[in-house]
Design a binder for this molecule. Sequence first.
Ligand SMILES: [Zn+2]
Length: 267
Amino acid sequence: MERLIVLGTGNAQAIHCYNTCYAMQKGDEYFLVDAGGGNGILSALDKAKIPLENIHNIFVTHAHNDHILGMVWMVRLIATSMNKGNYEGTLTIYCHKELVDTIKTLTKLTIGKKFYQHFDERIIFHVVEHGDTVKILGDSFTFFDIESTKEKQFGYTCLMDNGLKLSFPGDEPYRESLYDFVKGSDWLLHEAFCVYGEREIFKPYEKHHTTVKEACETAESLSIPNLVLWHTEDKDVAHRQEKYLKEGKAYYSGNLLIPEDQDIIEF
Ligand SMILES: [Zn+2]
């Protein structure tokens, strides 16, 4: 991949930024990871100037509404493009087994047959199992079950053709059991619900989330040189970056990024 376009940085209930999701770009093509909680995905893609016709691969991590409901809109708009003859080839949706029925059901309940008629013909589901490796846009993705106790969720580690390794354990904290996948990564894309200093206000742990301090300690202990933190609270987005960087830099010596929606990360 050449760069990562941040489409959203918020947690499930964020309203001042979009839910955390992103696209990775290689040439003219984009690999979308999650779709956020609604048709905000369409305006996020529009702002980022990512044409739907250049998205042929999407990975969905889990069934929570802040990650999956945007998929109904992606299917609707890509199917529209297919129906008009503007979309070439197939769309592949990578996800764990249970998500196939979830995505199909949500879609069939909320949009018409002229859109979902493409399921299993031009909109293909590629079920990933723990440890499966798949080539997407020329890079090697190994998917893993993050072992969530809340909702079955998959993440991945990506070995890029430029030699870089990037790991994404979804929207829950890194677990020791993922070490074999994550070790040696150049980049870690990790959630941080809030700063540690405000844990009593936002209560991250009861939601199976963590803080900037702890995510930074994780990346430091794994010797990962680049850390992206997102999936945050959005109480004061204007000062979020400054506040999170200040806390994080006390615990992490690498390159710490607290992106805003629409930021671009170059690899
Ligand atoms: Zn989430």
